[in-house]
Design a protein around this ligand. Structure first.
Ligand SMILES: *[C@@H]1O[C@H](CO)[C@@H](O)[C@H](O)[C@H]1NC(C)=O
Ligand SMILES: *[C@@H]1O[C@H](CO)[C@@H](O)[C@H](O)[C@H]1NC(C)=O
Ligand SMILES: *[C@@H]1O[C@H](CO)[C@@H](O)[C@H](O)[C@H]1NC(C)=O
Ligand SMILES: *[C@@H]1O[C@H](CO)[C@@H](O)[C@H](O)[C@H]1NC(C)=O
Length: 375
């Protein structure tokens, strides 16, 4: 398109300025009109004949389609750069020597890597107002184990003030229970579903299907409970396969992931008639485990690096994730926690809120990319 527009502008300039230039050479007004008319006709005929000369039209279409390709590639490559996050972890100002190497003794900061390709994606740490606009009127469901619970806390931390957070913290940390809230100011409904096993997630999806109601954003993931209580990666993989096919049957048949059909979270609210039935799907990856820090002998025995790797491979092999042809965009808590490091965890399994906060920002930026929005 760009090529055609530029050619048109060029033609208009020629028609306008060439006769004007000639007028400068003391041609009579009639001659100027004549040249102007002749030029106009020549260009018009040229433009209309262009399609019959393949080389020219090929050139024009190659220009226009390559500029489209660049945009699409940008989106895909930016999604793949979302986790290019670097951490700065340094001793806090209030160093509590009583608690040796406890993560509270360290301040942590994260930011996207300062490299050309990452910077060109213009990722941003969204402020409360931006998050409110993006999530306005949406229904968010987060399901999983305690990692998912901390993720919810980080997400709410971006939309609530500190007073609101105090009351949330108490109720959200009741062990092993669901949590529901509506943030009135932005009409955001948020459900946390306690789902320590993949089978629990599959049941949840079955419920959505039965009731024919789907959240706008669905974040799920579990694995650690299975790792501890069953310690059998291939069984975990079988469960993942069942979940995947259940999720796939929930999506519109024609849906191609990441295409323009993905209605923005905000747009889906302003025009409910075009609401896409397909939720934005995110997979909350398992955290890195620091075996020596795990707090029971059973955990240290069963949740080894080797077993962790086997579980991780099952997730990749199951085809759950977008990069392996699946429906879920990965929120890679594994890499975020690994890069933050052992100073960011006390029990080698649950990490400081800041790790999940980074995950929330990855999700929000992915949503912005999916919905072609810039704030
Ligand atoms: C604290 O961390 C330092 C450096 O990582 C390590 O050498 C030391 O053994 C740790 N102390 C405890 C009590 O874990
Ligand atoms: C949320 O959407 C409603 C209705 O479209 C609008 O009135 C309100 O201002 C929005 N709030 C924010 C924070 O964007
Ligand atoms: C999750 O699944 C397990 C095993 O299938 C089951 O025993 C448990 O009751 C389920 N928990 C919830 C909260 O649904
Ligand atoms: C894992 O489970 C499968 C199927 O139940 C079983 O055949 C296999 O022996 C188990 N593997 C281990 C290491 O227990």
């Amino acid at each position: 398109m760009l090529g055609a527009v530029q050619l048109g502008l060029l033609a208009a300039c020629v028609v306008l300025f060439v006769p004007m230039g000639m007028a400068g050479w003391h041609l009579s007004r009639n001659k100027v009109l004549f040249f102007s008319g002749a030029l106009f006709i020549t260009l018009a005929v040229g433009v209309h004949l262009t399609p019959y000369f393949p080389s020219v039209s090929d050139f024009v279409t190659s220009v226009s389609s390559s500029s489209v390709d660049v945009v699409v590639d940008d989106r895909d490559s930016c999604v793949s750069l979302l986790h290019e996050i670097v951490w700065e972890v340094r001793p806090g100002r209030v160093f509590d020597f009583g608690q040796n190497n406890n993560s509270v003794n360290y301040d942590k900061f994260w930011s996207w890597k300062e490299s050309g390709s990452v910077e060109s994606c213009e990722f941003q740490r969204l402020k409360r107002h931006d998050v409110s606009v993006l999530l306005n009127g949406s229904w968010v469901v987060v399901a999983g184990d305690s990692q998912a619970r901390i993720f919810v806390l980080s997400l709410l931390g971006l939309v609530l003030d500190s007073e609101g957070m105090e009351s949330v913290r108490g109720s959200l940390f009741k062990r092993h229970s669901d949590y529901h809230t509506v943030v009135d100011e932005i009409g955001m409904k948020l459900d946390f579903i306690w789902a320590p096993y993949i089978t629990n997630l599959t049941n949840l999806v079955a419920g959505f299907k039965r009731n024919r109601v789907y959240p706008d954003i669905l974040v799920m993931g579990s694995g650690l409970w299975h790792m501890l209580h069953f310690t059998n990666a291939s069984e975990y993989g079988v469960d993942l396969g069942v979940l995947r096919s259940s999720v796939m049957s929930l999506l519109p048949v024609s849906s191609e992931f990441g295409n323009d059909e993905a209605v923005s979270v905000a747009n889906s609210v302003s025009s409910p008639s075009v609401r896409s039935p397909a939720p934005h799907l995110f997979w909350l990856g398992m955290p890195s485990l620091v075996n020596s820090m795990l707090n029971t002998p059973e955990k240290r025995e069963k949740m080894t690096d080797k077993v962790w790797g086997e579980y991780e491979r099952e997730v990749q092999g199951s085809g759950m994730l977008r990069q392996f042809g699946g429906p879920f965009q990965l929120l890679d808590i594994g890499s975020l926690s690994w890069n933050c490091g052992i100073r960011c965890t006390d029990d080698g399994m649950h990490y400081d809120g800041v790790v999940y906060e980074a995950g929330v920002h990855v999700m929000l930026n992915a949503l912005l990319i999916e919905s072609h929005q810039k704030l």
